[in-house]
Write a protein that binds this ligand. Structure first.
Ligand SMILES: Nc1ncnc2c1ncn2[C@@H]1O[C@H](COP(=O)(O)OP(=O)(O)O)[C@@H](O)[C@H]1O
Ligand SMILES: [Mg+2]
Length: 313
């Protein structure tokens, strides 16, 4: 007998991130169909198979030997678009996912405070960009993800002295120089949004460096416990932030206006008491231990949202 469940095609590159997504979808009665996007063919004359599509392409694909994934994803999204397919986190969302510069632009457009950010291509340009800043600066990959290429310099002079270390561009030869915001307290806040609505917020401790990917796979790679409520030294912990916070309202408006169906948006509170937003993750992964602690199964909620809104169409 034919399988009558609605298919959700998962456009992916990292197989390790699939299990929680598939579990959430199947629990809500969907058929999850992994669709590899780092090699393969795209035939414009061929209509995509029936069902919904979910963009799970990671901006750090090149670190897993999938250096062609991001560019191929753009082609796949164009094909799906042309055939009128429904895509979760489609082309517009993907544009933000792979560019910290474009994240900055869209955050600013929505009246959200960001750390000053400047894109640079080329070693000389990096120096020139750094000289636009007074105090401490971070250099990051423009196509970031999991803390790629992030280095801290006390000022542009230190960057100049260490230019060989500083110049470590992303796969497109791009970096951003960004104002470093010394956190008032040793954590950043990550707000998870689903369908343009607040889902939950969490804190990530900044004491362990710049790699704050919440996925369980990343924790296993780092070999450190993610949530350890007993000794208070948790990497991830619940945040008291709620849906009626004015910054959350702006995040919601941004997601609704800009096609970000699923997003994890990060901000840091500086010593000046202001909250600076610096990262939009469209390919969000939820931390299972934190989810159990707060009673939210992120991928299950995502699947419920898909069932309520998209599958109903
Ligand atoms: N401007 C900044 N000031 C202070 N800390 C920052 C800033 N930008 C990033 N960080 C720290 O570095 C981490 C990784 O940076 P992020 O921009 O989120 O990169 P990625 O996209 O690789 O996750 C952040 O979660 C935060 O702890
Ligand atoms: Mg981040």
């Amino acid at each position: 007998m034919a399988d009558e469940r609605t298919a959700v095609h998962l456009l992916y590159e990292n197989p390790d991130w699939l299990p929680p997504v598939i579990a959430g979808l199947e629990a809500e009665g969907f058929r999850a169909v992994p669709w590899e996007v780092w090699r393969g063919v795209v035939d414009p004359a061929e209509a995509p198979p029936a069902g919904l599509w979910w963009n799970r392409m990671s901006p750090s694909a090149h670190t897993r030997g999938h250096g062609d994934g991001v560019a191929m994803m753009r082609e796949v999204l164009a094909w799906l678009d042309a055939h009128g397919a429904t895509v979760i986190n489609g082309a517009r969302a993907f544009g933000f996912e792979v560019s910290k510069l474009q994240q900055d632009l869209v955050l600013r457009r929505h009246g959200i405070l960001t750390p000053r950010t400047v894109l640079a291509v080329g070693r000389e340009a990096l120096l020139g960009a750094a000289r636009r800043f007074e105090g401490p600066i971070l250099v990051k990959h423009n196509q970031g993800g999991k803390g790629l290429g992030i280095a801290l310099f006390q000022d542009h002079r230190e960057l100049e002295a260490r230019l060989d270390t500083a110049w470590d561009p992303d796969p497109n030869g791009q970096v951003v120089v960004q104002q470093y915001i010394q956190p008032a307290e040793p954590f950043i806040t990550r707000v998870e949004l689903l369908g343009g609505r607040f889902l939950f917020a969490m804190r990530s401790a900044t004491t362990g460096g710049f790699e704050l990917c919440p996925s369980d796979v990343c924790q296993a790679e780092k070999k450190q416990p993610d949530v350890c409520p007993a000794d208070g030294a948790a990497t991830f912990s619940p945040s008291p932030l709620t849906a009626d916070d004015p910054l959350v309202k702006r995040f919601e408006a941004l997601c609704q206006a800009e096609g970000l169906d699923l997003a994890g948006i990060e901000f840091v509170e500086g010593a000046d008491g202001r909250r600076y937003t610096y990262d939009i993750n469209a390919n969000t992964n939820y931390n299972a231990a934190l989810g159990r602690q707060i009673g939210v199964d992120g991928m299950r909620e995502a699947a419920r949202w898909i069932r309520r809104t998209l599958a109903a169409r």
